[in-house]
Design a binder for this molecule. Structure first.
Ligand code: DMJ
Length: 560
């Protein structure tokens, strides 16, 4: 490895990030191929996670596939030359989203600066994800995208001071650390044009900590992992029962970091997990899908009978087509992700999706679950991401059926928003299924609740519904999705508004809604970003140039 890494040339000046012109649209300094030799980070005298005792060494690292990107169709619709924002008052919608974001950011800055979350009702701070400043890091790239460059520079200056050393007693959630912090630093580095080496240094610092959680006998990660034990050289083993999303969702972040640094340890780590998923994909109780609960110590992914694309599994599926795209479709590794995607989706289509019986016979689908071989007709807010995933996969792999399924799932989420009493979908609900995906006779009263049961009535400021509507808009170019988004935005922003920011709702089925004191970092990192981007010019974070991680952090696809 090379001992030389771009030196931090910004350290004493604040604000310090100066980049021009706008790297979202023009020149950037991101590598088109991984640097050789690999970069070594400048840890600025902070704790160096590379120095901790290693228990299980590796003979040979898997290498990122190199070569000519395979030709693939555009993901995005070919939009005309005319400005989208100028049309139909779209610019004012975009500005309205920005205003909501700015208000939240100001309160975070005034009241919870560098803390994990703003408490949006009491105006205090919350410590939820490692106490390193989850909202600060998670929001960096949104600040850049919303052209709040001064605020971006101030936030970067604060974020690069975070100490990820082993101070925390107890365990951290490695998955959340990877998607919010590592994803946040990579996203900020990529969208701002790869000019500020401090951001890459920070990404490496977080990744080196997370990488230590893979130092186990079978190289499967420890999902709830103690930094202190690792530093003390204590053995930590992968759990015998762990959520698959936590165990197997680091592929996009670790791959992008290997692309940016040339350090193959990260790519190697996630390749080993992918190979286990691949090997056992056909031996589970619902072949093609992996259950929610898995044993990573053996590893054995075959014992549990609870399956679904939603909570606790979601990002495992989401990352299959995204990995193919991030790898530019190159070689057998990209083909592996494609194959796994096709297999998983064919099972999910047959065994989890259903058409709900609704009064207006809307042609929509809900992504349910499957328990011990029987479909469970429950919907969740979290699973709404699947609309975007199917549409993206359909575009990447030229599968119009998947695009149509993506449309029907996305519109199913929009339908539940529209037909819920306050215009916001609950967290978990049940609906009566039609016998097939064709229209069926409606047997309830048109003014009754669209849900046969609401298992969890909260709305916690989640992004997945607008995420899928955003994908549908960028993929089809149909303006109706901007109108759906605007309706959703108005409902969400008004019902969640507090004195300081926006807060989660306890029960969306009650009027007036009751809020509680929580604003997770994904509100600023994801939800408002998607609302903003759907009203932006389509070349702002084009889906042909960027892959978005599961926390909506845009990672640049190399060579494009
Ligand atoms: C986000 O932290 C990520 O999208 C994650 O994959 C699951 N859900 C939350 C937002 O709802």
């Amino acid at each position: 490895m090379s001992p030389i890494f771009p030196i931090n040339d910004h350290k004493d000046s604040a604000p310090s990030t100066t980049v021009s012109p706008d790297p979202l649209r023009s020149s950037h300094a991101c590598p088109t191929t991984p640097p050789t030799p690999a970069l070594i980070p400048d840890t600025q005298g902070r704790f160096d996670w590379r120095t901790i005792p290693r228990r299980h060494s590796i003979d040979q690292y898997s290498q990122l596939p190199l070569g000519k990107p395979s030709p693939r169709p555009s993901v995005q619709h070919t939009f005309g030359a005319a400005s989208i924002e100028a049309k139909n008052g779209i610019a004012s919608r975009k500005e309205a989203v920005r205003e909501v974001f700015k208000r939240c950011w100001k309160s975070y800055k005034d009241r919870a600066w560098t803390k994990d979350e703003l408490a949006p009702i009491s105006g205090g701070a919350r410590y939820t994800f490692g106490s390193w400043g989850a909202t600060l890091v998670d929001t960096l790239d949104t600040l850049w995208i919303m052209e709040m460059r001064q605020e971006f520079a101030e936030a970067v200056d604060a974020a690069v001071q975070i100490d990820f050393g082993p101070k925390i007693d107890g365990e951290i959630n490695v998955f959340e650390t990877i998607i919010r912090y590592l994803g946040g630093f990579i996203g900020a580095y990529d969208v701002s044009g790869c000019h500020d080496a401090r951001l890459l240094n920070k990404a490496i610092e977080v990744a080196d900590m997370a990488y230590a959680s893979f130092d186990t006998p079978n190289r499967m990660p420890v999902s709830r992992w103690s930094p202190k034990k690792a530093v003390n050289g204590e053995e930590q083993l992968p759990a015998e029962s762990v959520l698959i999303a936590e165990a197997a969702s680091a592929s996009v972040e670790f791959t992008r970091l290997s692309q940016l640094t040339g350090d193959m340890r990260y790519f190697d780590a996630i390749s080993r997990v992918t190979n286990v998923l691949d090997k056992q994909q056909g031996s589970t109780k619902l072949p093609g899908m992996w259950p929610i609960s898995v044993n990573m110590r053996k590893p054995d992914l075959t014992f549990d009978g609870f399956f679904g694309l939603g909570a606790m599994a979601d990002s495992v599926y989401e990352y299959l087509p995204k990995m193919h795209q991030l790898l530019n479709g190159i070689g057998p590794v990209a083909a592996q992700y494609h194959r796994m995607y096709e297999y998983a989706m064919s099972t999910a289509i047959t065994h989890t999706l259903f058409r709900p019986m609704v009064h207006d016979n809307a042609d929509i689908l809900i992504a349910g679950a499957n328990v011990d071989g029987k479909r469970d007709d429950k919907g969740q807010h979290l699973v709404c991401f699947a609309g975007g995933m199917f549409a993206l996969g359909g575009r990447l792999f030229e599968n119009t059926t998947h695009i149509d399924i993506g449309r029907r799932i996305s519109e199913g989420c929009a339908w539940t928003y529209k037909n819920a009493p306050n215009g916001i979908m609950p967290e978990v609900f049940s609906m009566t299924a039609c016998p097939t995906w064709s229209a069926c006779d409606y047997t309830s009263q048109p003014d009754s609740s669209p849900f046969s049961e609401v298992g969890d009535g909260r709305y916690v400021l989640r992004p997945e519904a607008i995420e899928s509507i955003f994908y549908m808009y960028r993929i089809t170019g149909e303006a109706k999705y901007q109108d759906i988004a605007w309706e959703m935005f108005q409902a969400v922003s008004s019902h969640t508004r507090t004195e300081f920011a926006n807060a989660a709702i306890r029960d969306v089925m009650k009027t007036p809604v009751e809020k509680y004191d929580s604003m997770e970092s994904f509100w600023l990192a994801e939800t408002l970003k998607y609302f903003y981007l759907i009203f932006s010019e389509p070349d702002e974070i084009s889906l042909d140039d960027f892959v978005l991680n599961t926390e909506a952090h845009p990672f640049r696809i190399p060579s494009r």
